[in-house]
Structure formats: C-alpha cells, structure tokens
Design a protein around this ligand. Structure first.
Ligand code: NAP
Length: 325
C-alpha cells in the first residue's frame, strides 16, 4: 500500500524544490495512531522551511507541512478506542503533506468535532498565534484598542474575530484597499491603509486611549507607523516579516515613548505549554467558530502549483492541499 508524500531533499525555491515521492504506507506501532490525512494549508513558514530560511531547519529529505488534519483509521496496540474516526492533527515534526501518518497518540491533538475539516486544518498555527498574542502580552481591558498590520492575513483575520468576541477593538492596517470592506464585515472596528498618511485618522479614532498593544507581521516602514500610533509604554510584538525588511524606527520613538519591542513564536509556546492549556485554547477557539477564507484547494499531485499560488501575494485566502480523494 502506497503513501504519496510531498518531500524536499534540499533547500531551494519552494515550487521548484518540492517533489512527490511514493513511500510505503506506515503501520501503527504500540501507542500509535494511523491517520488518513485530509487537508493541510500552505503557510509562509512552510515555504520558509523549504527555502531553508526559517528559524529551524529540517533534516533532509523531509516531508513538508507543519499543520493539517486527518481522520484516525487504525490504532496500534494499547491505544484507547475513543481515538478511532476522530479528526486530529498529527504529532509535530511528522510532516503533514502526505496521505498517511503513523505517530504516537500522546503527541496528537484532537480537534472539537464542531469544526469543519477546512477550519480545523488551519487552526493550529495562525488562530493560535493570534489568540496567544492577544492574551499573553498585556491584560487588555474591555473596549481597549489593539492595532495590527497585515490585517487580512490568516493571523490578522483571527485577531479581528477574537478581539471582537472578547470585547476589544481593532485597528487594522492593510496594503490593498479592496480588502477593507471585507475586514469590516468580519468585525474590524477600523481598517486603514498601511501608510504614514493614516496616522491622523488613527489618532482621531483612539483619542486619549491609544493602543497599548501592536502586532507586526510586516517589518520595515510599517513598524514606524505602529510605533507612532501606540501609547507611551506600549508593547510592539513582531511575529512575521512579510516585507523581508528589518524594523525601521526613529530614535525619538524609543527615547521618548518608552516603547518595548518583543518577538513572538508560537512554536515556543507549544513546546512549553501543558496539554490542558493547549486543549483549553482549542476549545475557546472552536467556540468562536473563526472563519479563515480559502483561496483554492489543490490535490497533493498538484503540490507545485499549490506552492506557486501560495508564493503569490494579494491572495483571497489560504491555499490548501487535499491529501486524499
Ligand atoms: N511567529 C509565529 O509564531 C507565527 C505564527 C503564524 C504566522 N506567522 C507569520 O505571520 C505572517 C502571516 O502569516 P499568515 O499565514 O497569516 O499569512 P497569509 O494568510 O498567508 O497572508 C500573508 C499576508 O502578508 C501580506 N503580505 C505579503 N507580502 C507582503 C509584503 N511584501 N509587505 C506587506 N505585506 C505583505 C499579505 O497581504 P496581501 O494580501 O495584500 O498580499 C497578507 O496579509 C507570516 O509572516 C507568518 O510567517 C508567525
């Protein structure tokens, strides 16, 4: 029995480097689940892993993909039967862009049954990052503003929906005017273009209650705008670098506003979190019924086309891989 996998044997341009390999379908060993994979997104970090530009490196050859879901089809000896037919995320490090995975049940995450396969496939990385950044840096008060750039990304859309549900207000910066109405409809309190001219409008909106928390996934000039928009003493959290430019900052902002700059990596949180904390976060996220749009779903056999599509900016949602028909 075969297991088609999307693998990379060297680092390089993602759509040119990825290839399909046929391997033996794994057998679940003691304590393991056999998972028939359904769907997996193509995230920026997956592309960076293949390029070799991410913060960690895979030992090669590697099956690509960090998140995704499948259904438990068989159990190894000693595994509780309650796992059968559940929708799960396989253990970290197994590579999700393949048809079948066998891995220890203790390292798999069960998703609440109320989630669709598509939304469950996209929950582990981006909504979780949004949830953690909104909860772990500042105890936000009801009605308080937060500000973010790349607001139409999967993380950004999660921030909008979580903030709305928790009673916080969001100012959202985007580089394309055509997404403004869509984000308003999603619950954004304000959506503005990510450009210096937007500063007066932000100041007018917030008055004397400027944001104490800013979330940055762009870098470059955009951080200057965030830094000018926030309150004295605010925290500016960098979690992405979509512009591939370093943070640009005026010295005076650091001297006179007492701002603090932080980095965030959700993988570190997962490494340190207790299992019950992770489960509790997914319960909370599932109750919010977040909606992350999907731009296209490609079969695994078209993984190169999927990666080429994901490498394009100005998409209307995530690119997903369908791993089994
Ligand atoms: N640190 C962590 O733990 C963590 C966790 C999750 C995600 N991330 C990072 O968060 C970022 C967003 O991830 P995602 O999966 O939510 O993204 P996504 O849904 O794939 O969307 C990408 C976003 O980046 C914007 N963008 C692309 N190129 C840009 C550029 N040159 N300048 C400014 N904006 C640009 C896009 O705007 P357009 O639609 O206008 O192209 C879009 O808003 C990525 O950098 C990712 O690596 C980090």
């Amino acid at each position: 029995m075969k297991n088609l996998c999307a693998i990379y044997a060297e680092n390089g341009p993602p759509s040119a480097t990825i290839q399909i390999e046929s391997r033996e379908r794994p057998q679940p060993q003691a304590g393991e689940l056999l998972i028939r994979m359904e769907l997996a997104p193509v995230n920026p970090s997956d592309l960076n892993m293949i390029e070799g530009t991410y913060g960690i490196k895979a030992s090669l050859p590697a099956v690509a993909g960090n998140e995704g879901v499948g259904v438990v089809e068989a159990l190894g000896p000693g595994v509780d039967a309650a796992w059968l037919q559940r929708r799960v995320r396989p253990a970290t490090g197994t590579g999700t862009w393949q048809q079948w995975v066998a891995c220890p049940a203790s390292d798999c995450l069960r998703f609440p049954a109320s989630l669709s396969a598509e939304q469950a496939a996209m929950l582990y990385v981006n909504p979780a990052t949004a949830w953690r950044m909104l909860h772990d840096f500042i105890p936000l008060q009801p009605g308080e503003w937060v500000i973010q750039n790349a607001a139409n990304s999967a993380v950004g859309r999660s921030v909008i929906q979580i903030a709305k549900a928790q009673g916080w207000k969001s100012i959202n910066l985007v580089r394309r005017p055509e997404v403004i109405q869509e984000l308003r409809d999603l619950g954004a309190d304000a959506v503005l273009l990510d450009e210096p001219d937007s500063l007066p409008a932000i100041k007018e909106l917030c008055g004397s209650h400027a944001p104490r928390l800013a979330l940055n996934a762009v870098g470059g000039e955009s951080v200057q705008l965030l830094s000018k928009a926030v309150a004295t003493g605010a925290k500016i959290v960098t979690y992405g670098a979509m512009s591939k430019q370093g943070l640009r900052l005026g010295n005076g902002l650091l001297i006179f506003k007492d701002l603090s700059y932080h980095g965030y990596w959700v993988s570190r949180w997962y490494q340190q979190a207790e299992r019950n904390q992770i489960d509790a976060m997914f319960e909370s996220l599932a109750q919010l019924n977040l909606q992350i749009p999907v731009a296209a779903i490609h079969p695994l056999s078209e993984v190169r086309e999927a990666l080429a599509a994901a490498e394009q900016g100005r998409r209307n949602g995530k690119i997903l891989l369908r791993l089994n028909e």
